[in-house]
Design a protein around this ligand. Structure first.
Ligand SMILES: [Zn+2]
Length: 502
């Protein structure tokens, strides 16, 4: 019997290695598509990606592979831990895609690729109508995937959540977001009435792109990004991709009048890239690296962006760098002015440029709309008005055009259910920040520029177990406590009451 198990392991591993080659190639082309690919070549390039991912998909559809993988799942108690985790993951994927034929999978890929092309075009022209048909098709893809899946969840939207955030339900999210609304809305009103006026106008003064690029590199070095095992580039929407072992890539976007947007993108994407660069080698061997969730990933990126990047201690070091790189802007400023300015609370339209305090509202709006799109079959053409109404309801502002409204994010071109992971990331990160703080003074480490100490703690406590535990178990494993939004809300209340004296 032992030999049968060995045979199954051999089939599974050799298939996954082959599959990884196709996926590796498609990730590389995908990175190219979002960075340097000429616009007219995108559609064709997308077809190549669809072909490669379809080849990968087909490999997992072979009866030999399925029976070997299901055999491993049935006998998982006889396997070692990483093999057992792999068997469980393959079984989840199997139930998810059991009824999706390779023709249908290819059709999905082509629709999603076309949606990306249409979104980019529509965003450039600030015209939602150029994307509406594609968005309808994206919804069809998601609903079809749900219909064909053999996993079952409370609502269709719960189903999509599982793809990104295993074990988190709409019930969890409703609870978290209600708590956010209850505590943050009154505080936002107090902040807006506060006599304390913070000026951030100097942050939009002209900052040359070449100097921004040099600073971006320095910041990546400072947080511990390893340039021998990663690279950075530019794209319309900053992102990070763990392309393969020893190859983590991130992008930023330079705007001469949005210096801080580049800096915080670098810290955010740099956080994602650090996570990718510090995956346990064993997880590559056992094909587990794709098991971590987006919320786990976002917790890390937002930890580097906000808990480190927007801390008083980091701002004071950043200020010294900025004085050297952009003396015309910073020579007559102070570190404290920079700290206040990067923590200015001001309701705004663009999520990725939102301040840390109002950010959660951008997610709540998208979450509420995603539930309407997926569960309630809302009309796609009504989304424009719903979007604007929700911005008015929560932040008291309305977009003037579709680019600064519904077209700002790329995510819906690939489906629904992603956005809540950003807010969950903030909540996980706040919980493990508090745990880290019990072990050493985190702010002191930032002040000492000792990010190695922080990275080491992250490696041991946060990164090492992420592929192996679903988020709720993972956060309990790190902190010894059940998942809660309270740490995040406590942190926001304390920090922003102090800044605004309210
Ligand atoms: Zn991110």
């Amino acid at each position: 019997m032992q030999t049968e198990l060995q045979k199954s392991l051999k089939i599974v591993f050799s298939t996954l290695e082959e599959k990884e080659k196709f996926e590796h190639a498609s990730r590389l082309i995908g990175f190219d598509e979002q960075t340097i690919c000429p616009p007219k070549a995108m559609e064709n390039q997308g077809k190549t990606i669809a072909f490669l991912t379809n080849q990968a998909f087909k490999l997992t559809k072979s009866p030999e592979f399925i029976s070997a993988a299901e055999n491993l799942f049935a006998r998982r108690e006889e396997l070692n831990l990483p093999e057992c985790l792999l068997a469980e993951g393959l079984h989840r994927d199997y139930l998810q895609s059991k009824n999706i034929t390779s023709e249908l999978d290819e059709k999905f890929s082509l629709i999603l690729n076309q949606a990306f092309v249409d979104w980019l075009n529509a965003k450039n022209k600030a015209d939602f109508s150029l994307f509406a048909d594609s968005l309808e098709k994206v919804r069809w893809v998601n609903l079809k995937q749900i219909e064909l899946s053999e996993n079952s969840f409370a609502t269709p939207y719960d189903h999509l959540l599982q793809v990104y955030e295993r074990g988190i339900t709409t019930q969890d999210l409703d609870f978290c977001f209600d708590a956010c609304k209850e505590r943050l809305i009154p505080l936002l009103k107090k902040i807006q009435k506060s006599p304390r006026k913070i000026s951030a106008d100097f942050l939009t003064e002209f900052a040359a792109v070449d100097a921004q690029e040099k600073l971006a590199k320095k910041l990546l070095q400072k947080i511990g990004f390893d340039f021998s095992r990663g690279t950075f580039s530019t794209s319309e929407h900053p992102f990070t991709d763990g392309i393969a072992l020893d190859d983590a890539r991130l992008t930023t976007n330079y705007d001469e009048h949005l210096l801080m947007s580049n800096i915080f993108s670098i810290l955010h994407e740099g956080g994602h890239a650090l996570f990718e660069q510090n995956q346990p080698a064993e997880d590559f061997v056992y094909h587990l690296t794709g098991f971590k969730t987006l919320g786990q990933h976002e917790s890390v990126s937002r930890f580097y962006e906000n808990r480190i990047g927007r801390s008083r201690e980091f701002c004071s070091q950043l200020f010294e760098e900025l004085k050297i790189s952009f003396p015309q802007i910073f020579a007559n400023r102070t570190a404290e002015e920079l700290y206040d300015a990067v923590n200015l609370v001001t309701p705004s339209l663009i999520r990725i440029e939102a301040d840390e305090f109002t950010y959660t509202f951008h997610i709540i709006i998208r979450y509420e709309m995603e539930k309407m799109i997926v569960n309630e079959n809302v009309k796609i053409q009504d989304l424009l008005k719903i979007w604007a109404d929700k911005y008015e309801e929560y932040l008291d502002i309305r977009p003037e055009n579709d680019r600064e409204g519904i077209l700002q994010d790329v995510h819906w071109a690939s489906g629904f259910g992603y956005f809540p992971t950003y807010a969950l990331g903030n909540m996980y990160g706040a919980m493990y920040f508090n745990k880290m703080q019990e072990e050493f003074d985190v702010h002191e480490a930032i002040a000492q520029s000792d990010l190695k100490k922080i990275n080491h703690w992250m490696q041991e406590n946060v990164w090492k177990s992420a592929n192996r535990l679903a988020p709720k178990e993972w956060i309990k494993n790190i902190t010894g406590r059940e998942f809660t939004p309270q740490d995040f809300l406590d942190y926001l209340e304390k920090k922003y009451s102090e800044i605004y004296g309210v």
